[in-house]
Design a protein around this ligand. Structure first.
Ligand code: SAM
Ligand code: DTB
Ligand code: SF4
Length: 334
């Protein structure tokens, strides 16, 4: 199919339509997802981002999955905001290891304006190294989003996490609408939006359908959609919850690819618990980004050498500049 004959991006997905994708025979679902993937992206290319926790622990929010919530009993080494030189050193290491983007996360409900000054210095420094930047700092006002844009920030990560229906079982200290408001502020400031969720938090398939519907029916699809598998941390309320089956995880990735065809879908947290085969199926289903480096924020990620071997076995290329063939600006409905 030629670039111009690609169907317009849709923002009116019904739950029934998304459920019907999940119910397809697995081979049909993966074929459809991979076909759409190929219309929009180089199928053998994966974008790589490296994470750094710039402020760890003692967060006032009560997210049931999170090691960093002060309401949970997880053992996490609390740290104040990292000094700028340490951030620069970590970003340079990430670049030397081949990462394209450096993502900095802070355990805040929202940043104060003073915090933001310091994060802006970090963004400027990481951009000077020649990397793309992403930060995840909690809720943002419109003005704070504009300041980040002026600093040259490329992406802001703020996840919806789960469906509106399941949300109250996971977090009570901020509302779903608060999250949507932050996403709107980031979009209005013309920063690329990174937003997705976590699977394996005891949700039903209908919650996965509903989360994907929320993401796809935003006024513009997120540019990047992280699909995390819950990393179960001892001391958090979700420790010990039933795990999601690998094939159901793959189905969710495939459905995300189909309904948000031009977005980069990131196979995010949880890869240490996944076999190479499950990850390969996720790439076949249309995932084309990962977190690279042996640490996420407070938990482990596969080490670089394992990922290098996996890329080699699958013939995946992470070296070139990552460019999407799909252009969200082509959307007539956003
Ligand atoms: N404090 C900010 C916030 O929550 O808005 C930013 C940092 S927070 C750690 C970023 C995201 O990481 C969360 O929204 C959640 O989706 C993801 N996350 C946190 N803990 C996780 C876990 N144990 N497993 C999978 N994903 C997790
Ligand atoms: C996202 O969706 N996943 C990343 C990033 N955005 C900030 C975070 C994963 C955290 C996993 C648990 C931890 O290491 O604390
Ligand atoms: Fe705090 Fe973010 Fe963890 Fe929630 S996910 S407890 S807001 S660090």
């Amino acid at each position: 199919m030629s670039e111009t004959s690609k169907p317009a991006l849709r923002h009116d997905w019904s739950k029934q339509e998304i459920s019907a994708l999940f119910e397809l025979p697995f081979n049909d679902l993966l074929f459809q997802a991979q076909s759409i993937h190929r219309q929009n992206f180089d199928p053998n290319q994966v974008q790589v981002s490296t994470l750094l926790s710039i402020k760890t622990g003692a967060c006032p929010e009560d997210c049931g999955y999170c090691s960093q919530s002060s309401k949970n009993d997880a053992e996490v080494e609390r740290e104040r905001l990292l000094p700028l030189d340490e951030v620069i050193e970590k970003a340079q290491q990430a670049k030397n290891n081949g990462a394209h983007r450096f993502c900095m996360g802070a355990a805040w409900r929202n940043p104060t304006d003073k915090n933001l000054d310091k994060v802006i210095d970090m963004i400027t420094a990481v951009k000077n190294i020649g990397m793309e930047t992403c930060v995840t700092l909690g809720m943002l006002t419109e003005k704070q989003s504009q300041r980040l844009k002026q600093a040259g920030l490329d992406y802001y990560n703020h996840n919806l996490d789960t469906s509106p229906e399941h949300y109250g079982d996971i977090i009570t200290t901020r509302t779903y609408q608060d999250r949507l408001d932050t996403l709107a502020h980031v979009r209005a400031a013309n920063i690329n939006v990174c937003s997705g969720g976590i699977l394996g938090m005891g949700e039903k398939r209908e919650d996965r359908v509903s989360l994907l519907q929320q993401l796809a029916n935003l006024p513009q699809h997120p540019d990047s959609v992280p699909i995390n598998m819950l990393v179960q941390v001892e001391g958090t309320p979700l420790h010990g919850v039933d795990e999601i089956e690998a094939l159901e995880f793959v189905r969710t990735v495939a459905a995300a690819r189909i309904i948000m065809p031009a977005s980069v879908v990131r196979l995010s947290a949880g890869r240490t618990e996944m076999s190479d085969e499950t990850q390969a199926l996720c790439f076949l289903a249309g995932a084309n980004s990962i977190f690279y480096g042996d640490r996420l924020l407070t938990t482990d990620n596969p080490d670089e050498s394992h990922d290098q071997q996996l890329f080699a076995k699958l013939g995946l290329n992470t070296k070139q500049v990552f460019e999407t063939k799909g252009k969200q600006s082509a959307c007539a409905c956003g």
